[in-house]
Ligand binder design. Structure first.
Ligand code: HEM
Length: 159
């Protein structure tokens, strides 16, 4: 397998990792909110799964970035400056920032809320649950749209 093909395979592995984590976190969030307010222990048990998806998404992003830079380098940076690549990199950075800031902070808040609700004698802040549910669902939606746009740009290479 030549260098470019190997890098493309690694690039696709990163893509699969990040796509899996995006869908997985969305499904896991849905399962958390479905269990609330009744089954607090069941909802709290999913917190570790949610954290794992966050780590998988970060790993996927790192793999995509490194293999993407490798692909650019083996192509002697011929694509550098191309419109599709510029927009793709902008969206990639936006995805990372949005994921880190909105996804990260709402995920940490959700984790803390679930831990407090599942603790013996703990209480569940239902207003906070409703707010977080709205934030998390919009977050997954926006993140998925941006991700699909990056894939479309990579494939159709608009110029
Ligand atoms: C969410 C992030 C990303 C996704 C979903 C993604 C997706 C893809 C896909 C699907 C391809 C294959 C396109 C084809 O062969 O027709 C591709 C190729 C490529 N990607 Fe990415 N990519 C991402 C991030 C990056 C980054 C960060 C870079 C650069 C630093 C990059 C650079 C490249 C290059 C140079 C190619 C090869 C283009 C070619 O030779 O045809 N990608 N990417």
């Amino acid at each position: 397998m030549n260098g470019q093909l190997s890098l493309l395979v690694v690039h696709f592995l990163g893509l699969i990792l990040i796509a899996g984590a995006t869908v997985g976190a969305w499904v896991a969030d849905g399962a958390v909110f479905k269990r609330l307010p009744g089954d607090r222990a069941g909802a709290a048990a999913l917190a570790a799964t949610l954290r794992a998806y966050g780590v998988a998404a970060q790993l996927g992003a790192a793999v995509l970035l490194l293999s993407g830079l490798g692909l650019l380098a083996v192509g002697k940076w011929a694509y550098w400056g191309a419109l599709w690549l510029t927009i793709k990199l902008g969206l990639f950075v936006a995805l990372g920032m949005f994921g880190g800031i909105v996804g990260g902070s709402s995920g940490r808040k959700l984790g803390a809320l679930l831990a407090a609700a599942a603790a013996p004698g703990g209480s569940l802040d239902e207003a906070a649950v409703a707010k977080l549910r709205a934030t998390r669902m919009s977050f997954h939606y926006v993140e998925t749209v941006m991700f699909v746009a990056v894939v479309a740009l990579a494939i159709f290479k608009i110029s």
